[in-house]
Design a protein around this ligand. Structure first.
Ligand code: 5GP
Ligand code: SF4
Ligand code: MG
Length: 455
């Protein structure tokens, strides 16, 4: 998912809309904006891409508010339905709350069961709703203290935005798995999952919000605090590899450069003779460029992407994904024909994309197809908010590289090593990363077993 929040700007809703538009790659199933006018909370939410989810009429009905949070949804837990689209609004006599979450909680089921046994009634099947209940249940009038106490009860990966009528709270989990950035536009502070949202609205990127950090925005300006000092940095490797936009920056480094370096490292680890190297557009073009620089094999554009097909991986079921992949990539015959081709992709999840790409390149006359992946084999599910959900879906979970090579009918298959990937991240001021889906080393305890295979 993608989140954005802005405090104290006369065009808060419009800017949120523009920012969400630039974060659309992080979620295409639903979107929403919730605003405050100091005394009340109002919002608009809908299913689908932003323009479908929030009409211009709905957006203009929010034009009088100075504070806003927004969300684009990518379903990891909870069904794809309107009730799960965020930001949520909680109506309460102590004051309404708007809430937006990117990530996935690993003890939400446990908390939910405890709250239900005390009489709570949940409105959604989303893990994010528990934070709202914890906030509203608190006895104290000190909202910040309540927020920090609630954050200390939840486990998992999160970037949370909470909008009270007169304050906005923001928090990043103590492992910093999901990104969250601080910016400023026309004197107003804003936060976003990625810095491309700042670029889209003309905001300055100030800094990354740190693991365990809590920020409070109000009439008194910005208050910087923490909910815990027991922190470690485990930024999601897949954000670097695949998920984030290449023009976004984490720790002041472009994802573009990180991906190029992953491609260079991959070339160092692979021994192949070939005529051209091509990337699977768009997410692997930078890695292909890096691979080409390091190996000396010329980089060509051998696959063209139909820009009107959305992110295929994000399509909610396999039939839709296969159809989308076929519509999405088309070969350039003159580039491919008679060539020994190295094709770079950022990752193989189910193998849907790779299988199709290999077939396409062979049909276009490639003499040899060597597949190189700019991340290690995805073996384990993600419990932290990226939809690499079950072992059964992951082609590498029970198959060797050799077996996958045969399934894909490719001449050779090479994955980047875990060490090589880490080596690259360290060049870019990474404070440490999560690599659990490659290694099984989960940095955050998984209390619930929410995933279908475990149910
Ligand atoms: P596959 O087709 O093998 O199931 O998925 C691989 C393709 O989906 C790659 O082209 C990659 O760009 C994209 N992808 C890989 N991993 C992820 C992920 O964790 N989340 C999303 N949304 N897309 C992914
Ligand atoms: Fe990212 Fe993988 Fe860790 Fe999930 S398990 S947070 S996808 S690195
Ligand atoms: Mg791709």
């Amino acid at each position: 998912c993608g989140v954005f929040g802005i405090w104290g700007h006369p065009n808060a809703a419009d800017l949120t809309y523009m920012a969400l538009h630039s974060l659309q790659h992080r979620g295409q199933e639903g979107a929403g904006i919730v605003c405050s006018d100091e005394s009340n909370i109002y919002g608009a939410r809908g299913m689908g891409l932003l323009p479908e989810a929030i009409s211009q009429v709905k957006l203009s009905s929010l034009s009088d508010f100075n504070h806003a949070i927004g969300h684009v949804r990518y379903a990891t837990t909870g069904a794809s339905e309107l009730s799960n689209v965020q930001p949520f609004i909680f109506k309460h006599s102590k004051g309404d709350i708007g809430l937006a979450h990117n990530g996935n909680l690993t003890n939400a089921e446990q908390i939910k069961l405890a709250l239900e046994s005390e009489g709570a009634i949940f409105q959604t099947s989303s893990d994010s709703e528990v934070l709202g209940h914890l906030l509203l249940k608190a006895k104290s009038d000190n909202k910040l203290a309540n927020f920090k106490a609630a954050l200390n009860q939840i486990k998992g990966a999160f970037a949370f935005l909470v909008l009270h009528p007169e304050q906005m709270f923001v928090a990043r989990d103590s492992n910093g798995v999901r990104p969250l950035m601080l910016g400023k536009v026309d004197g107003a502070y804003c936060v976003a999952s990625e810095t491309c949202a700042f670029t889209a609205i003309g905001a300055d990127y100030i800094r990354d919000i740190e693991p365990g950090e809590v920020l409070v925005f109000s009439h008194d300006g910005l208050l910087e605090d923490t909910y815990t000092t027991n922190t470690e940095s485990h930024m999601c490797s897949m954000e670097y590899v695949y998920f984030a936009r290449p023009d976004s920056e984490f720790r002041k480094h472009s994802i573009y450069e990180v991906r190029k370096a992953l491609g260079k490292q991959l070339a160092k680890e692979m021994n192949v003779e070939a005529d051209i190297v091509i990337g699977v557009p768009d997410s692997s073009l930078q890695a292909a460029k890096g691979f080409s620089i390091e190996s000396g094999i010329p980089n060509e554009q051998g696959l063209i992407k139909n820009r009107y097909v959305g992110r295929t991986f994000i399509a909610p079921n396999q039939t839709l994904r296969e159809r989308a992949v076929r519509m999405k990539h088309s070969p350039v015959r003159d580039v491919i024909e008679g060539k020994r081709v190295v094709v770079i992709d950022d990752s193989i999840v189910r193998g849907t994309t790779s299988k199709f790409i290999v077939k396409t390149l062979k049909n276009a006359g490639a003499k040899e197809v060597h597949m190189a992946i700019s991340s290690p084999p995805l073996i384990h599910p993600c419990y932290y908010g990226i939809d690499v959900s079950t072992h059964a879906e992951l082609i590498a979970s029970d198959k060797s590289v050799e077996e996958i090579k045969d399934i894909l009918e490719v001449d050779s298959l090479t994955y980047l090593s875990v060490e090589g990937m880490h080596e690259v991240f360290s060049q870019f001021d990474s404070k440490g990363e999560c690599n659990a889906c490659f290694t099984g080393n989960y940095p955050i305890e998984i209390v619930d077993h929410l995933l279908p295979e475990d149910k």
